[in-house]
Write a protein that binds this ligand. Sequence first.
Ligand code: 13P
Length: 303
Amino acid sequence: MNTSDLQSEIRALLRERKGILLAHYYQREEVQDIADFLGDSLALSIEAARTEAEVIVFAGVHFMAESASILSPDKTVLLPHLDAGCPLADKVTPAALEKARQQYPDAAVVTYINSSAEIKAHSDICCTSSNAVKVVNSLQDARQILMIPDGNLARYVARLTDKEIIPWDGYCPFHHFMQPEEVARSKAEHPDALFIAHPECNAAVLEMADFVGSTAAMIQFCKTTEAKKIIVGTEIGIMTPLKKQNPEKIFISPSKSLLCHTMKMITLENILESLKKMMPVVKVPEAIRIPAKRALDRMLAVR
Ligand code: 13P
């Protein structure tokens, strides 16, 4: 079946099943093109919480589908490829978190949404890259904050808050391993370009950035900036909305490493298969879902 036939069949089945397709900006272009809603992690969880659809097909990675299941337990949440995980989410285990809690008994635990439901259940509050500073500052009674599992995001937030931040040692491989030398080379090749970066990048790269923000914030920045050329320090999938929304601007990727293989595991073929068979379903057990929801709800209440 060709791309447009697959897309039409998916849209028809979504209508039949009263379903919606939620997609992250790192998804393949042909998947983004037929999504009902496209967003960063925060916007996707808000949408998952408020949709009236009966079925949510998640074109993203496992923690995103889990968050949808936590927030919308009555809906059927489908993740078309169960191996589409997030290597960053795997950088913390409940046992390691428990040990850290004992080491820092006064610290509040702020958990990046890129984490398992079980870790969320053991957390005080969640955050995403678009609200991390606000979330940390909202914790009026906490002076010390243990931020898990992304050390780069934690160190970035530490620069923007008066609280004491204890970073975890996790990282997203493709953001973390982007080298400042690669950015420098790109800047030298395009001296008139701005450089924007995701807070999961390492500190040396963030130091070089003209703007740092979540995927949605980067997209907004590119829409409003006068600059005509922008070097984009995040996963290559973001080029799809950037180019579509700004056909007159030039976007450059500074590094070959900016490719998230698990995000790309979701294809039109497995979305269609998943809708036909109504599987694989992601469902978080109630004993984990309820405390995990508390941490997500606390985050969603921070404005
Ligand atoms: P955003 O919330 O900025 O979309 O980030 C998601 C993510 O997984 C980055 O690697």
